[in-house]
Design a protein around this ligand. Structure first.
Ligand SMILES: Cc1cc2nc3c(=O)[nH]c(=O)nc-3n(C[C@H](O)[C@H](O)[C@H](O)COP(=O)(O)OP(=O)(O)OC[C@H]3O[C@@H](n4cnc5c(N)ncnc54)[C@H](O)[C@@H]3O)c2cc1C
Length: 289
């Protein structure tokens, strides 16, 4: 593969990595390389030095007070298989298990998926419904930000040059005792595997014994310049049973939450219809739980 990289630096501490990134504007972090190597090969990015994050100890999943913390360099296969993630954040486990196909999942990291800031990043809708908090470090110190504030546009995130994403915190869901939680991730595309989402949706709702939905969280990918929460649709269905009338109103509201474009993967009109279908299916499933 012909890439313009002249140097690979393998730091063993975060401080060392930050020092290299701060001192070399021509450098860029690399984790699994499944986005960056393709972009370098295609000339969409040009850097002469890559800083390999593999030796920094940023991979791993642990239960901590009030939630689950996932290191930025944790690979998709580990996330998809982790018992705690599967139990508490099934949409994220499902999303990680649909990134590319298994060989890609064995290299692709959560941090890379976020930092690449694609509107189609599959873990993003799941992290939006989980209301994840991201920890970012730089030579200037550590800051925490909500995933809602992370995505700024296609390929643009709140990460400043020289900053590293180190971990993602997922707060445990508090649901009333008489509710059951339903959480799903689904995506559409021309194939089951090795396909960037044409539309993706993550949904979470607490279903009361009378069938009404509480704490509804909906988020979509590939339907706007960034992954988005569908707050208008959430408001429409919250406190109601997802009967055909509520579902129809939610689908109508959803059309104001999203702003898809025509591109090589699908026309905007198809994306609007697909988003409506995914939402309707999620709500129908919630009605059956
Ligand atoms: C065949 C194929 C299929 C794919 N299918 C999918 C798919 O179905 N769904 C999907 O969402 N994506 C898909 N992708 C894209 C890619 O695999 C994912 O986005 C992956 O999670 C990127 O992670 P990575 O570790 O490989 O990132 P890298 O390529 O190493 O890095 C990506 C970007 O993030 C930056 N970066 C990485 N880690 C950090 C960090 N900790 N802090 C700051 N910046 C960082 C890098 O500098 C770079 O700009 C696919 C890619 C390929 C090649």
């Amino acid at each position: 593969m012909d890439v313009p990289v002249q140097q690979v630096i393998r730091p063993t501490t975060v401080a060392e990595a930050l020092a290299v990134l701060a001192g070399r504007p021509d450098s860029r972090p690399i984790a699994g390389g499944t986005d960056l190597m393709v972009q370098l090969r295609d000339g969409r990015k040009r850097v002469s030095c890559v800083v390999d994050l593999g030796g920094l100890g940023l991979a791993g999943i642990r239960q901590i007070d009030g939630g689950v913390e996932i290191g930025a360099s944790t690979r998709m296969d580990s996330i998809a298989a982790d018992d705690g993630v599967r139990r508490h954040f099934p949409a994220l486990a499902a999303a990680a298990g649909t990134v590319g196909a298994w060989p890609i999942q064995c290299r692709a990291t959560l941090g890379g998926n976020l930092a690449n800031a694609s509107p189609a990043a599959d873990t993003a809708p799941a992290l939006l419904v989980a209301e994840a908090l991201l920890t970012v470090v730089s030579a200037a110190g550590t800051r925490r930000l909500s995933v809602v504030d992370f995505f700024l546009g296609p390929g643009r995130s709140a990460l400043a040059p020289g900053e590293l994403l180190v971990s993602v915190f997922l707060p445990l869901v508090q649901i009333p005792p008489d509710c059951r939680l339903v959480e799903r991730f689904v995506k559409t595309g021309p194939r089951l595997e090795q396909v960037i989402s044409v539309v993706s949706l993550a949904g979470r709702a607490a279903v009361r014994t009378d069938g009404a939905l509480e704490s509804v969280r909906l988020a979509l990918g590939s339907v706007a310049p960034t992954p988005v929460r569908a707050q208008r649709a959430e408001t429409v269905v919250t406190g109601r049973r997802p009967d055909p009338v509520a579902r129809r109103e939610a689908v109508q509201a959803l059309q104001h939450d999203i702003a898809p474009i025509d591109d090589v993967r699908a026309p905007a009109r198809y994306r609007r219809i697909a988003a409506a279908v995914l939402l309707d299916r999620f709500l129908q499933e919630a009605a059956r739980v």
